[in-house]
Design a protein around this ligand. Sequence first.
Ligand code: NAD
Length: 246
Amino acid sequence: MKDNEKVAIVTGAARGIGLEITRQLLSMGMTVVAVDLRQDLLDALPAALGESAGKLQCRALDVTDSAGVTAMIDEVAEKHGHLDVLVNNAGITRDGLLLRMEDADWELVLKVNLSSAFFGIRSAAKHMIRQRSGSIINMSSYSGLEGNRGQANYSASKAGLLGLTKTTAKELAGKNVRCNAVAPGFIKTEMTDVLPQQAKDIALELIPLKRFGLPCDIANAVAFLASEASGYITGQVLSVDGGMHT
Ligand code: NAD
């Protein structure tokens, strides 16, 4: 399938990294279904994307709703006759030191960041196996590779995504369905804007390339993994972090 004929679903697409991924995939000519919890942000998406929004479709959905995710994926695949790319990007943080972390914060982060990807993959895989092609991309994190103080829940969810990625890759490779993960470092978005300046200064010191990443840095990596150019790559974790994880 040519890249400009592909149909992609991107979760957490209404702002930040997901918005840039949506922009990139649209610029490659793909039809993109932008999924997000926030209807208000989705309403603003066509204007934010300008001329490239032609093949954009928006869908308000909480990705922790297993039945809702399945129904959405089936509907997209049936409407277009195929589903070629799934980007599991939706994610949240509920930071706090391990000893004080509430059960609710542990469970919510695991559900939004990890369980949602499982729901999406399980549903998308049925369609991709049938058509004998597909690319699934999971948004992990440097925190999932290395751990991070104050992020026991988040790091565990992002490390879990790596196991899910590798298992999915092994189970589906025989059907020409690929699954890879991207592990961003510190990227300038609203998720990281809220961090105290001192935490940002410490983070910058750790980055060999001496700058924070931009959402487009991550979108470029996702676009590659979604494209035919990466057709022989599966089960991999692509760090996009200015050289922190080597
Ligand atoms: P962001 O908070 O700016 O955007 C996340 C989007 O996901 C929002 O639009 C939000 O509405 C949506 N979302 C949240 N919960 C949802 C749910 N239950 N259902 C549907 N949509 C939901 O975050 P970002 O910085 O753009 O991060 C995107 C992804 O990249 C996340 O998975 C995040 O963990 C990962 N990541 C970010 C960084 C960083 O430095 N920003 C670093 C590593 C990994």
